[in-house]
Design a protein around this ligand. Structure first.
Ligand SMILES: Cc1cc2nc3c(=O)[nH]c(=O)nc-3n(C[C@H](O)[C@H](O)[C@H](O)COP(=O)(O)OP(=O)(O)OC[C@H]3O[C@@H](n4cnc5c(N)ncnc54)[C@H](O)[C@@H]3O)c2cc1C
Ligand code: FES
Ligand code: FES
Length: 493
């Protein structure tokens, strides 16, 4: 049975009829409702002009997250609340402090990016409700990591992030939104008919999702849509039937034991990295900050990153270096694989048609283990890696008793460097062993050149990142990361 898509919008419940063509939230806002405050810049999650806020109930509380409307499919709003830049102005016409701060600080010029910046600043404003101190520069940078401006420059916008807290506060009425969302909550499978005979399924349980995998093996599995959204907006692919995993109860659970952290497949990248960084703050915080942008991390999932298995994805190298497993759930039960064995070739995975990724299991730090991950990209925020590397080592005295090396951007899949590892195991962790391992990387990888980096650059960078790891972990005179930076750019010590 097909149901309409119901969500809370502009203070009322909005229904979109069944049998509608598949639309992004941005297309729906601009083309169907003519709400043109939300802009389209890139239609691929990069520029932030389309940033909107989505609210959903989570354990009875309202969770509000800025996301990119351009790659968000409309049926995923079912049961949620949508806020756009038009929602901020007060009923008497007074600007919201976020908007007023942008005016006061001259944070807008042509104005095309402004609605997106305002929504990201509004998120920061809400998160800091009741906190008198202004946000730190790092918090502002992270909040704005998904917004690009081509004319104002960022300084006035960053100033607005401080200014907004100095203006008379405006409270957000969460209770009304919660009351509006409660009746939309559903424990049963929701089904929305799409045009051309396709169906959007939103299962509520894992067994419903697996059942749908069996009955609709050709359907597109959808989680945060930060990869799939681009198939739709950029490649104009027809997605066919869709099985949306975002409403499956418990699939976003994050659990820990004495030895492992288990991240459910639909835990958002933001929630997943936040959890993992509690165990590995020194090693992982920078990668977390550099992974896409906050709106992409709010929507995207760790399960989607792993399942997509892009050769330039950022989670896989460090997961493989730590010895993480992927947990697959299918109609006949659960399988657990070492993550490196999950990738069979470019876009080929060891996943049966009835299976899905249910979780990722990450070992907690082992005695004596040292590890690092490094991302090389042209910008700090919101950029895809040219090379991503991760190294894990254990030493007894100066001898290497365990070594795991994995790279992204060097092969058709995220891949371990077995030749380099083999050349190091049992050897002293010194310059001579390191030099042999750097040479062995040419047997492990034949990287490609593309617009992000040439093949020669990738190989040189991969070798130098291994050297950087040595500088930071050598037993005689380890260097602080700041001292190592120069060498990572290719200088020799
Ligand atoms: C602007 C932008 C910046 C980005 N920056 C980065 C970056 O810095 N680093 C990086 O690594 N990635 C980046 N990405 C890619 C993307 O955000 C990640 O790959 C993300 O983790 C995908 O998760 P998702 O939930 O959005 O997956 P979706 O787009 O929903 O799905 C991705 C793929 O995985 C499949 N899938 C999803 N969940 C499951 C499951 N549980 N079981 C089986 N199959 C499943 C889908 O069918 C699809 O094939 C970026 C994307 C954008 C748009
Ligand atoms: S239009 Fe650029 S991020 Fe959506
Ligand atoms: S004000 Fe013109 S792009 Fe930002």
């Amino acid at each position: 049975m097909s149901e309409s898509i119901r969500f809370h919008f502009r203070g009322a419940m909005r229904e979109v009829d069944a049998a509608a063509p598949l639309r992004t939230v941005l297309q729906y806002l601009r083309e169907d409702l003519h709400c043109t405050g939300t802009k389209e810049g890139c239609a691929e999650g990069d520029c932030g002009a389309c940033t909107v806020m989505v609210g959903r109930l989570h354990d009875g509380a309202l969770r509000l997250e800025p996301v990119n409307a351009c790659i968000r499919l409309l049926p995923t709003l079912d049961g949620k609340a949508l806020f756009t830049v038009e929602d901020l102005q007060q009923a008497d016409g007074t600007l919201h402090p976020v908007q007023q701060a942008m005016v006061d600080c001259h944070g807008s010029q042509c104005g095309f990016c402004t609605p997106g910046f305002v929504m990201s600043l509004w998120n920061l404003y809400l998160q800091r409700e009741g906190q008198p101190a202004p946000p730190s520069r790092r918090q502002v940078d992270d909040a704005l990591s998904g917004n690009l401006c081509r004319c104002t420059g960022y300084r006035p916008i960053i100033a607005a992030a401080t200014r907004m807290g100095e203006l008379p506060p405006v409270a957000f009425d969460r209770a009304t939104v919660i009351a509006a969302l409660e009746p939309l909550h559903s424990d049963t499978l929701r089904t929305h008919a799409l045009a051309d005979g396709y169906t959007f399924f939103a299962p509520r349980t894992l067994s419903q999702a697996i059942q749908l995998r069996t009955t609709h093996p050709a359907a597109t599995l959808l989680a945060g849509s930060t990869d799939v959204g681009l198939w739709f907006t950029k490649q104009l692919r027809v997605l066919g039937d869709i099985v949306y995993l975002g409403e499956v109860a418990g699939l976003d659970a994050i659990d820990s034991s004495d030895t492992h952290l288990q991240i459910g497949a639909t835990a958002s990248l933001e929630a997943a990295y936040q959890a993992i960084c509690q165990y590995y703050p020194d090693e992982l915080t920078e990668l977390w900050q550099r992974f896409a942008s906050l709106p992409v991390r709010n929507a995207g999932t760790l399960g989607g990153n792993v399942a997509n298995g892009s050769p330039i994805g950022d989670s896989m190298p460090w997961l493989i270096a730590l010895g993480a497993d992927v947990v697959l759930q299918g109609s006949t039960g659960t399988r657990t694989l070492a993550l490196e064995d999950f990738y069979l070739g470019y876009q080929k995975k060891d996943m049966r048609p009835d299976e899905l990724v249910a979780a990722v299991r990450i070992p907690l730090r082992q005695m004596g283990q040292q590890w690092r991950t490094y991302k090389l990209a042209k910008r700090f925020d919101q950029d895809i890696s040219a090379v991503c590397a991760a190294f894990s080592i254990r030493l007894e005295g100066d001898l290497i008793t365990d070594i795991r090396i994995a790279y992204g951007g060097m092969a058709a899949t995220p891949k371990r460097a077995s030749h380099a590892e083999g050349s190091l195991l049992g050897q002293p962790w010194n310059d001579a062993s390191l030099t042999r391992a750097m040479a062995a990387l040419t047997s492990d990888y034949t990287p490609l050149g593309d617009m992000r980096a040439s093949a020669a650059y990738r190989m040189k960078a991969a070798q130098n990142l291994l050297r950087r790891f040595w500088f930071e972990t050598r037993t005689d005179a380890p260097l602080a990361p700041a001292q190592v930076n120069a060498f990572a750019h290719g200088d020799t010590p």
